[in-house]
Design a protein around this ligand. Structure first.
Ligand SMILES: *Cc1c(COP(=O)(O)O)cnc(C)c1O
Length: 401
């Protein structure tokens, strides 16, 4: 790419965040709805992740002259975008992962969990990508309307959910690498199965610690949910699977700092003398700030402060929560000394996911798992987080659609 082809013109300079000047911000009141004339019947058999979609989608276009246009809900279907769109060439795109949870109490209520956190993160991603930011509260209102319209497609069975995929892409008919002059914000919805349906509840996973491929680095974009961060993970994940592991344990730097598990945040529970420590990597720019991670840390800190009871955990006096660097050397040593209590990943898709084995430099580190595949912390966090997501445990984090 020659410097001459990077065009900074009037249009790119004018394309700031939508909060500046005359540009219109996102306004849910301008919504129009075009109903799908042939909606498919809901079908919750054999739900594979993200293979089946609801009858409608939400689309909002933006350009740097007018700002955000009128939101549209319309039949789910292909988008028409320019083959030159930067989304297709320069990974000018980003996404979120959220879920709608149907209450099991017969009330028919459908809930979102901490959608404000997803909106804050999505706007941080947008700002980093040079894509337009937007009023997150308005977008949540529109997502709730979409979920209500497609409510028959929110599964009923325990653990099943409607996965929501808000997406923002750069769409101008232009190959320059400047700030996109046009963008599209949309949301599609996919009924997804219960991660925990097999066997007694948990399916612990095995991880291959990656000593060559790196997911994120200081000053990079690993702390944003940018599309660009995920394509590089495809081949390392395949390599791990070929070698008999399910996911990649992402490391960074000469000290082999443990960063994330696949597309989940990493947690390790470790005995430290009289104490039991639960630790996760700090938000140093290489870690995606997960909503599930934040929820787990908040609940544990409230537990230690005596503000909430979390049955099943050791006494609050002995529990310690830390966001700190964890290295592979530390894990190897802790496994040898039998100090590792449990290891799990955390993210919206699975909530929590126990780890039973880590392949590292040719050997397998065995991680303890409970008799039914979940340690005390993993089990307790699963119960406490999903309880709040489904509204079984009342919380301010839960919002009815
Ligand atoms: C989305 C994601 C997570 C989990 O975030 P949640 O908000 O908890 O779903 C963790 N790591 C990566 C790399 C992710 O993309």
């Amino acid at each position: 790419m020659s410097a001459a082809s990077v065009v900074i013109n009037e249009a790119t300079l004018n394309a700031g965040p939508s909060t500046t000047s005359h540009l219109k911000d996102l306004n849910a009141e301008l919504l129009t709805i075009e109903r799908n004339p042939h909606p498919a019947e809901p079908n919750f058999e054999n739900l594979a992740f993200g293979r089946q979609f609801t009858p409608h989608m939400l689309v909002i276009n933006w350009n740097n002259q007018d700002g955000w246009g009128a939101p549209q809900i319309k039949p789910y279907g292909p988008l028409a975008i320019s083959p030159a769109a930067p989304a297709l060439h320069y990974a000018s795109g980003l996404f979120e992962g959220m879920k709608a949870y149907r209450s099991s109490d017969g009330s028919g209520k459908i809930r979102l969990f901490r959608p404000d956190k997803n909106m804050e993160r999505m706007n941080r991603s947008a700002a980093r990508a040079g894509l337009p930011t937007f009023d997150g509260e308005e977008f949540v209102k529109l997502i709730k309307t979409l979920v209500r319209l497609d409510r028959d497609h929110v599964p009923h069975a325990a653990g099943q959910t409607l996965y929501l995929r808000p997406t923002l892409i750069g769409t101008p008919n232009a190959l320059d690498m400047g700030i996109p002059t046009e963008a599209m914000l949309y949301c599609i919805c996919s009924p997804v199965g219960n991660y925990y349906t097999s066997g007694a509840g948990a399916k612990p996973v095995s991880l291959l610690a990656s000593t060559d491929a790196v997911r994120a680095w200081p000053g990079g974009t690993g702390c944003y949910k940018l599309a660009a961060n995920y394509v590089g993970a495809v081949m390392p994940a395949l390599e791990a699977q070929k070698r008999g592991y399910q996911q990649v344990l992402w490391l960074f730097g000469p000290e082999k700092q443990v960063t994330e598990v696949g597309a989940m945040n990493f947690f390790m529970v470790k005995r430290r003398g009289e104490k039991v420590e639960i630790a996760t990597a700090p938000l140093d720019g290489t870690i995606l700030p997960g909503v599930t991670r934040d929820t787990i840390l908040s609940l544990l800190r409230s537990y230690i402060a005596g503000e909430v009871d979390l049955d099943g955990l050791p006494a609050r006096e002995v529990v310690e929560v830390n966001e700190r660097q964890i290295t592979m050397d530390e894990i190897v040593e802790a496994v040898e000394r039998d100090e590792v209590v449990e290891v799990f990943g955390a993210g919206t898709a699975a909530c929590v996911c126990s780890v039973e084995r880590i392949g590292y430099e040719g050997t397998d580190l065995k991680i303890p798992i409970g008799p039914d595949g979940m340690g005390l912390f993993t089990r307790t966090m699963l119960r406490e987080v999903t309880g709040r997501q489904w509204g079984v445990i009342p919380s301010q984090w839960s919002q009815v659609c």
